[in-house]
Write a protein that binds this ligand. Structure first.
Ligand code: 13P
Ligand code: SF4
Length: 326
């Protein structure tokens, strides 16, 4: 990065930011000018969450994208979330601050390999977790998120076989909740698989009154300790309504910002990873920064694009999910 005479940041001569700019004010002005809406996931940096028009879990963000009348959707989240917004709004400009903001679940489940797995069970339907590519959505029968997965599986007739992809931990959790057998794709989230059972047990000794709250992407060994399991927004609602005052939070710690805002005066302890690393932070989500958010709005890129046929095929299972979660 080179500081130029004009006091700008120059990244290989491509993107310039005047260091004197108040990025928050600039983003607000661009939002108005472009008639844009900023949708942000709970795992984004605090300063991005504070600027967003809407913060939510994957289902809420998809629902917000479906309803918006803005001309431009700026997605402060990861690629599959922005792709979902585009599939629901093929005629709108959908921007993602960093196109490399992927997801280990989506990356670990290429559509051609999932198709081969699916071919082994021709009488099964495929339910895919929304954390997957548009190509995987296009070969799926129904999409689900962590907040509606159990509800959706419960609506499928008992005799109907189900393949669930790509998250084996969420899949196993749904099987326990519903008593249904499902064929599971063996994918996992690198963030939610990092939590240390040993360190959480130690924390529980130090904070005997703390409740363990966990996202269903965590491994079974963590979920077995949990006092409450739910999607990011369900975890947030739990701490708002619960009478307790201490929580060990087994999901990405970005959610703690909203917990501190909406349920202040309580202690939120991020569940630690086994190693002394920051691997409990999602490296993909954290690729988005305030600077990149500003630049993507100023330059109207990077933009999410897909061919029309792919979008048409991926839309049907998404619409089915939105209908089934009402
Ligand atoms: P939620 O839908 O619960 O917000 O989960 C999204 C996600 O990527 C969790 O890792
Ligand atoms: Fe994907 Fe895990 Fe990051 Fe969520 S936390 S976006 S599942 S890598």
């Amino acid at each position: 990065m080179i500081k130029t005479e004009t006091n700008n940041l120059d990244i290989e001569g491509v993107s310039l930011i005047d260091l004197n700019l108040d990025l928050t004010e600039e983003i607000k002005a661009l939002k108005k000018k472009m008639n844009a809406v900023i949708l942000a996931h709970y795992y984004q940096e605090n300063e991005i969450q504070d600027l967003a028009d809407y913060i939510g879990d994957s289902l809420q963000l998809a629902q917000a994208a479906e309803k918006t009348d803005a001309d431009v959707i700026v997605f402060a989240g990861v690629h599959f979330m922005a792709e979902t917004a585009k599939i629901l709004n093929p005629d709108k400009l959908v921007l993602l601050p960093d196109l490399n903001a992927g997801c280990s679940l989506a990356e670990g489940c290429p559509a051609p390999l999932l198709q081969k797995f699916k071919d082994k069970y021709p009488d099964h339907i495929l339910i895919s977790y929304i954390n997957c590519s548009a190509e995987v959505k296009a070969i799926s029968d129904i999409i689900c998120t962590s907040s509606n997965a159990v509800k959706i599986v419960e609506q499928i007739p008992k005799e109907q076989g189900i393949i669930f992809a790509p998250d084996k931990n969420l899949g196993r959790y749904i099987m326990k909740q519903t008593g249904r057998e499902m064929k599971l794709w063996q994918g996992a989230c690198i963030v939610h698989e990092t939590f240390s059972d040993r360190k959480i047990t130690q924390l529980k000794f130090q904070h005997p009154n703390a409740k363990i709250i966990a996202h269903p992407e965590c491994e079974d060994v963590i979920l077995r300790h949990a006092d409450y399991i739910g999607s990011t927004s369900a975890l947030l609602n739990f701490v708002i309504k619960d009478s307790g005052s201490e929580y060990i939070v087994a999901t990405e710690p970005g959610i703690i910002h909203q917990m501190e805002l909406k349920a202040p005066g309580k202690l939120y302890i991020p569940a630690p990873p086994e190693n002394n690393c920051s691997c409990n932070e999602c490296p993909y989500m954290k690729l988005n920064t305030l600077e990149k958010l500003y630049l993507c709005m100023k330059d109207k890129k990077p933009e999410i694009t897909m061919n029309a046929e792919l979008m048409r095929k991926a839309l049907a299972p998404l619409k089915r999910m939105l209908e089934m979660s009402k």
